[in-house]
Design a protein around this ligand. Structure first.
Ligand code: MSP
Length: 636
């Protein structure tokens, strides 16, 4: 049996409603969990909410609620959102769960028994917003928090301390010996220099507020509650039933914590030290991603610049949103959210790349072989292409193993481009004409197999889309097909079925732009290409039917069309698309034509009376309407 795998998101504070930053962490973790299941690993994936601490106490008070009432409300919002997003978590933890409180107390007792906890007095600076202690030298001017910039308060109180300093060398050894314990590398370097700078013992209890886990009865010190970060981190053990007889602790041996860069120190320094004190294995990976910003600023409720993930998913589709988040930013770096960038990726990579590939395969197989795709000759004719695809698939897997989701998707799209490219390069329609039916059918089968491989490995990121592709090719995505098609680079037969387009084109922004944040420049330079509605009214685009189409002698590029635009006489139009289409495929099709373009003479003897519109993104596709319309219908 394959190794058991444990995957965690941070538990989210209940002082704020979920935004796309939270969704990002969760979507990465969900993708990783689905990937591990696809590989056949028994996988346990958790998420949840972090409900104790001064910050929550204050937020509840401000709304006239008890902390628990308030936490119930916001925790449910997170859970409902993840359910709507079909996040495949196995357990949703709340730190107010009774079992969790017992586990936190149990952990405290164990660390105390191991001589790692002592009582002293804490004096220093505390940021309520970040729930973090600082020394004077770490602060910004005016005693402000180095992480969020808010004013810190001075605290002086009796406190229990954890002997963090004792673990400094052991931590440095861990970072040195285990290359991938903290990823990506840049973030690991920051952690190492922080620890090399010297670790002070950590205050782990508070007496100035109540809303937290009490110390175990054995401590006999009822005025203390646990520091919220100790309480919070322990959740990862509670989830596996650390204090229960039927614990799932065998999942602990291979743990990946996915966190934002702002909470890396807690997970890569304090947490492993706690684990050493408890004699537990250290995580396999602590993986830190960057922040989503708007106009360069971190998203937060107080700045009024947050984006609601539900709104994005509603407007653009959940799977498109997932793709965008995973693809847009290199793991570990910050990314700015923009609808323009999202639309661009949906239309080009998803629509023109992936969706178009599926359509072409269905179209060609329908035409050449009654939807039956026979792979018997693929390896004979196209071994080099298969090998090339395999190298990309391997690289996609290697990247996903270390959460480099952008590279994983980039590698998959190299296979999409390869598959679209071989169709353009070998022109199966020409092969059919030349009587090379076997080669043409093998080419369709090659493309279908490349698409199927992509779909299998894309399924962790876009489960529904991958499922639709699998259905259109009549195969299943599971551990078996992952092994056969992806790992072993096998090929197989398919039966294709016509299907709805996967990614309808998006023409304009579908969400109102979020309110500008305080620092947003108000007088941005106007785009010089903007036209008015009157300018647009000058353009006449008509739908017309291709009556005839043939290659132009003496030109490799040009096709000569006769097109019925609903006028008295059909028009002659020349178009440089011979590389992309077989003329006979276009006869009877409707296309969009720029109809009031000045006539021009081409190849000295043809007068072209308009321009056929197409979309280009490396490959090329002609524009048409979604259903048949009357010839001459105006596009506007
Ligand atoms: N409660 C702690 C985590 C305890 S884990 C034992 C916490 N909660 S949080 O709700 O503030 O943040 C949770 C996660 O959301 C973090 O990984 C954080 O980085 C992420 N994000 C919050 N805002 C974000 C962005 N604007 N962009 C990307 N992710 C960010 O910290």
């Amino acid at each position: 049996m394959k190794e058991k795998v444990y995957i965690t998101t941070p538990i989210y504070y209940v002082n704020d409603v979920p935004h796309i930053g939270h969704a990002y962490t969760t979507i990465i973790a969900d993708t990783f969990a689905r990937f591990k299941r696809l590989q056949g690993h028994p996988t346990y994936f958790m998420t949840g909410t972090d409900e104790h601490g001064q910050k929550i106490e204050q937020a509840a008070k401000a709304r006239g609620k008890t902390p628990k009432e308030y936490a119930d409300e916001i925790s449910a919002k997170f859970r409902t959102l993840w359910d709507e997003f079909e996040i495949s978590y196995d357990h949703f933890i709340r730190t107010t769960d009774e079992e969790h409180k017992l586990t936190a107390q149990n952990v405290f007792s164990k660390m105390q028994a191991n001589g790692d906890i002592y009582k002293g007095e804490y004096e220093g600076f505390y940021c309520v917003s970040c729930e973090t202690f600082f020394t004077a030298t770490q602060l910004l001017d005016d005693n402000c928090c180095p992480d969020c910039g808010r004013k810190t308060s001075i605290v002086k109180e009796e406190s229990y301390f954890f002997r963090l300093s004792k673990y400094q060398d052991a931590l440095l050894k861990w970072y040195k010996n285990d290359e991938l314990c903290v990823i990506p590398r840049g973030k690991k370097n920051e952690v190492v220099s922080f620890v090399k700078g010297g670790l002070k013992d950590l205050s782990i209890t508070r007496t100035s507020f109540d809303w937290g886990v009490k110390l175990p009865a054995s401590a006999n010190d009822p005025k203390h509650v646990m520091y919220v970060w100790l309480d919070a981190l322990v959740n990862y053990l509670t989830t596996l039933g650390y204090s229960r007889d039927d614990a799932l602790m065998d999942f602990w041996q291979n743990t990946t914590h996915i966190v934002g860069k702002d909470i890396l120190r807690f997970h890569a320094v304090y947490w492993p030290a706690f684990l050493m004190s408890l004699n537990l294995a250290l995580p396999k990976h602590v993986a830190a991603h960057g922040w989503w910003t708007r106009n360069g600023e971190k998203m937060s409720k107080s700045k009024g610049n947050v984006i609601d993930p539900r709104e994005v998913a509603k407007a653009y589709g959940l799977e498109n949103f997932r793709y965008f988040m995973l693809r847009e930013v290199p793991f570990g770096q910050d990314g700015d959210f923009s609808q323009k960038a999202l639309i661009e990726r949906i239309n080009s990579e998803l629509g023109n790349g992936l969706g178009n590939l599926l359509n072409r395969i269905i179209g060609m197989s329908g035409k050449y072989s009654e939807f039956k795709i026979d792979a018997s000759n693929v390896a004979k004719f196209y071994n080099a292409e298969l090998e090339e695809a395999h190298a990309h698939l391997k690289s996609a897997i290697e990247n996903l193993e270390v959460l480099a989701t952008n590279r994983y998707l980039e590698e998959l799209w190299k296979v999409v481009t390869l598959a679209n490219g071989v169709i353009a390069k070998y022109e199966p329609w020409a092969m059919i004409k030349e009587g090379k039916t076997t080669e043409a059918n093998a080419l369709v089968a090659l493309s279908a197999n490349l698409l199927a491989k992509v779909a299998v490995l894309l399924s962790p990121a876009m489960p529904k889309t991958a499922g639709k592709i699998a259905e259109a090719l009549s195969f299943e995505i599971n551990e078996r097909s992952f092994k056969d098609l992806v790992l072993d680079n096998g090929v197989q037969n398919f039966i294709s079925k016509p299907t709805e387009p996967l990614f309808p084109r998006i023409e304009s922004e579908l969400m109102p732009s979020a309110a500008p944040s305080v620092n947003e420049p108000q007088n941005e330079k106007k785009d010089e290409n903007i036209i008015t509605i009157d300018d647009f009214a000058k353009i006449v685009i008509k739908v017309g039917e291709v009556l005839e189409c043939e290659r132009v002698e003496g030109s490799e590029k040009l096709l000569k069309f006769t097109i019925d635009l609903g006028e008295q006489k059909p028009r002659t139009i020349l178009s440089g698309i011979a590389k992309y289409y077989d003329p006979s495929d276009l006869i009877g099709k409707q296309v969009c034509v720029l109809a009031n373009l000045k006539e021009r003479t081409m190849m000295k003897k043809y007068v072209s009376q308009g321009m056929i519109l197409s979309a280009e993104d490396g490959s090329l596709t002609l524009l048409s309407t979604q259903k048949k319309v009357k010839n001459g219908a105006i596009v506007g």
